[in-house]
Design a protein around this ligand. Structure first.
Ligand SMILES: [Zn+2]
Ligand SMILES: [Zn+2]
Length: 824
């Protein structure tokens, strides 16, 4: 436990280290932190021309760059740090922050010393522009005109920072650009024009103290990286410009790979950004916009840090991120922010995949702002998403997976707590917002699954109980680990759980936190000591009652439940309005008490059986004991009770097995068997209903005799059949199959003849007249069936089977029994 806490503190401190380093780089002393302050350099640097041509300008530019990088920020930063620490309430963090300030200050002094050393130009490369060959890259850049392509002809060394103000393309062409020994300056390239990088070569800043960052894109400049490997402590710093990275591999060893204050960063196609430095990220946004698309990959330590331009201070600009594709696979958060630095951030993820490969949280969202996960986005981490405030929407076909070990500790301040959920909400934990530190979560769709824990876990920490939290789960598929909850809500107890009949949700509330879960998502929930767990099915909810102590089970939809589930007097069962449920007690000495609430929901609990005794003299009478098939035996139950106001509830059994749906005093029997009835007394008074223990009758033997068919055929002119001697029921009904006509009396000139044929099955005979040869009139017909019976015609009597399907409300029958009974 101590180790865990200290680890989280480290995370907290590290996050602040990142911020302070950024602040140190971006904010000159005494000037408010915004883009204008960084662009101050425009007044110092030439508005046109190349630094290499004018040594004085070079020195000035270096100074400007270094001052932007390493301002004298001790006072400023310490003030900021102080307020932060107070706001955060983490005194332990203070030492770490101060240490960071001290280290940054030392670094700034080193850098300032470095400026004083005169830059030495070296000529080790050859570069081609059109037909022209230049001895050094510096000279080539100095000569380049708008639209020129600088093509490396061999490896090139750069001895001093290069300032670009035109639209030029560097084709690395399989060669390497590196900093010469003794290079001084924070950036290898500062771009104020349009800088395109293509080719299969490298820009390598991995050796030496400088440059700190390979390309500084500033003042509305456009940087297009289409290919090449670029390595350095940091690769790109963008201040208000536009950076398009569509290819190549950018690797930063000690800083964020791409840092953007204001401006835009677009990463797509086959780009790969790698953050190799401990605690660093592939992209850090400071009030900037970003898109990630295509097959781009962000890897290494962190993915995307989402920060404002000026903390959450007035006038701050929030970051915006749109992810439609690509892949973020990082050891730290693929996407994260900070409650005091990221308010108003907007992150929309509709494609691509984000994975924390070290089992940490994938998206850490402790801040005010909008996080939307939709489309076909795939998120995976120890916890998929952890949010402490903001508006979180999950929809469409997004798949969010929590794959970490399941933990149930309350989330701590100052960091993520991977615990196995797909979504973890820690409500009422922080403020530190601009407008509203509520947590609003809408799960409308998507799949949230947990390998080891709950699909969704919501904590009400009550550290800021005035902060509102509204969690609504109305759609999607929640897939917890076996035995875990679809949604688990943890409060400190005394939470209220109720049905919302309009929204068809089951709601759990505690101190400004409301969690609503639709019945389509979770059919039932349990409430035990302030832990409300929603389950996909009623069976899971009932089956979760494995601990001692009181449990309240809520059922939000009609269900068919066969198992014995209520395990004693510690169980209270509440069903939503309209849910039909039959609950009986199977525990000796306990009976069911039902209470109907104002909202129409009903609560069932077990009370002492002495409150209503079982019926007496339960018997079954039959109108007869034996009937022929097709007739019914009518059974009637009767019972007596000392209390005259009672009604009775009936359950019928055939051969010892419960007949589902047979719940009235009478039963019509059409099958042979031994029939018995169990009768419960029901007493209604003062809004409650008591149901007694059941009393069973002796069984009554009922016999239904089968048909007895004659062996001989019966027939009429059309068909033959076998007939039951008892009820005249017909079977084997079929048309006659006649043989050939045989003449029994020949016709003469004046007199009609006769012919005859018989059925080959039953022997039925049929006769017909043969017309006299001299007669002209129609012969008188006598039993002439040939016209009406045509064998072979499709007049076989069809057999129709009518299924009478009786439908009705699903009735769940819960048989309460104690564990002893179940285990017998
Ligand atoms: Zn019969
Ligand atoms: Zn026949």
């Amino acid at each position: 436990m101590v180790g865990k806490e200290s680890k989280m503190k480290n995370k907290f401190i590290r996050k602040w280290l990142v911020i302070l380093t950024v602040a140190a780089m971006m904010i000159p002393a005494g000037i408010p932190a915004n883009a204008e302050t960084v662009e101050e350099g425009e007044n110092i640097a030439p508005t046109a021309g190349i630094s290499a041509e004018t040594p004085n300008v070079t020195a000035e530019t270096q100074k400007e760059e270094i001052s932007a990088e390493m301002p004298d920020m001790t006072a400023e930063t310490q003030n900021e740090e102080k307020s932060d620490v107070q706001a955060e309430g983490q005194n332990q963090a203070k030492q770490g922050v101060l240490e960071a300030v001290r280290q940054n200050t030392e670094k700034a002094e080193e850098a300032s010393d470095a400026v004083d050393v005169q830059a030495e130009e070296r000529t080790a490369g050859e570069v081609q522009i059109g037909e022209q060959i230049y001895p050094t890259l510096t000279e080539a850049f100095a000569a380049a005109k708008d639209g020129d392509v600088l093509r490396l002809l061999e490896n090139a060394e750069v001895s001093q920072p290069i300032l670009l103000t035109k639209n030029v393309t560097l084709d690395t062409n399989g060669f390497t650009v590196s900093a010469a020994a003794g290079f001084k300056g924070n950036f290898m390239f500062t771009n104020r024009g349009t800088f395109n990088i293509v080719g299969s070569g490298k820009i390598d800043g991995s050796v030496g103290t400088y440059p700190l960052i390979m390309i500084n894109n500033t003042g509305g400049a456009v940087l297009n990286i289409q290919s090449s490997e670029i390595t350095g402590q940091g690769v790109v710093q963008n201040v208000g410009g536009i950076v398009n990275i569509t290819g190549g591999t950018l690797t930063a060893s000690a800083r964020n790979t791409v840092l953007s204050q204001f401006g835009e960063v677009h990463i797509g196609a086959s780009a790969h950004l790698m953050a190799a430095g401990e605690g660093k990220s592939a992209v850090q946004l400071i009030g900037a916009k970003m898109t990630l698309s295509g097959d781009a990959v962000l890897s290494g330590n962190g993915g995307i840090d989402v920060f404002n331009s000026n903390r959450n201070e007035e006038g701050t600009v929030s970051a915006q991120v749109e992810i439609t594709g690509g892949r973020i696979e990082t050891k730290d958060f693929p996407v994260s922010g900070n409650n005091q630095e990221s308010a108003g951030a907007e992150v929309a993820i509709t494609g691509g995949s984000l994975k924390n490969i070290s089992g940490g949280t994938a998206i850490y969202w402790p801040m005010e702002g909008q996080l939307t996960i939709g489309g076909n986005a795939v998120i995976e981490g120890g916890t998929g998403i952890e949010a402490k405030m903001g508006t979180i929407t999950i929809k469409d076909n997004a798949v969010i997976t929590g794959s970490g070990e399941w933990k149930e500790e309350k989330p701590q301040n100052g960091g993520a707590n991977p615990e196995g959920s797909a979504f973890l909400g820690s409500a009422q934990m922080y403020d530190g917002c601009i407008n509203d530190s509520s947590l609003v979560v809408n799960i409308l769709g998507g799949t949230l699954k947990s390998v080891n824990g709950n699909a969704v876990t919501i904590y009400n920490t009550e550290e800021k109980s005035d902060v509102r939290a509204d969690i609504s789960v109305t759609g999607g598929s929640l897939q917890p680990a076996a035995g875990k909850g679809a949604v688990k809500v943890i409060t400190s107890g005394d939470n209220t759980t109720r049905f919302d009949p309009d929204k068809k949700t089951l709601d759990t509330m505690k101190s400004n936190t409301t969690v609503k879960v639709a019945k389509d998502v979770a059919a039932a929930a349990t409430d035990r000591d302030g832990k409300t767990t929603y389950y996909n099915t009623v069976e899971e909810a009932l089956g979760s009652n494995t601990e001692d102590g009181n449990i309240h089970i809520y059922i939000n939809e009609n269900s068919s439940v066969k198992q014995e589930a209520l395990e004693g007097e510690n169980v209270i069962l509440t069903v939503a309005p309209g849910v039909v449920l039959e609950v009986t007690s199977g525990i000796d000495g306990m009976i069911v008490k039902e209470t109907v609430h104002e909202d129409g929901s009903k609560t069932y609990e077990l009370v002492n059986a002495e409150e209503l005794s079982a019926p007496k003299n339960v018997t079954v009478t039959a109108d007869c004991k034996t009937v022929h098939i097709g007739k019914k035996i009518r059974l009637k139950a009767s019972a007596e009770h000392d209390t005259k106001q009672v009604n009775y509830l009936y359950r019928w059994y055939k051969d010892g097995a419960l007949l589902n749906g047979a719940v009235s005093a009478e039963l019509e029997v059409t099958e042979s068997g031994n029939y018995a009835v169990e009768v419960f007394a029901v007493l209604e008074k003062d809004g409650t209903t008591l149901t007694s223990l059941g009393a069973k009758s002796d069984p009554v033997k009922c016999t239904v005799t089968p048909h007895e068919y004659e062996e001989k055929w019966s027939s009429d002119g059309k068909v033959h059949w076998h007939e039951c001697t008892i009820c005249k029921n017909k079977t084997d009904v079929a048309e006659h199959t006649f043989g050939e006509w045989k003449v029994t009396e020949k016709a003469t000139e004046k007199k009609d003849g006769r012919k005859e044929r018989s059925c080959t099955v039953c022997g039925h005979k049929e006769t017909a007249v043969i017309k006299a040869a001299g007669k002209t009139e129609e012969p008188r017909k006598e039993s002439d069936k040939t016209a009406s019976v045509k064998t072979g015609d499709k007049t076989d009597p069809a057999v129709y089977i009518f299924f009478v399907i009786l439908t009705g409300g699903m009735i769940a029958i819960l048989s309460a029994g104690n564990r002893k009974n179940r285990r017998k």
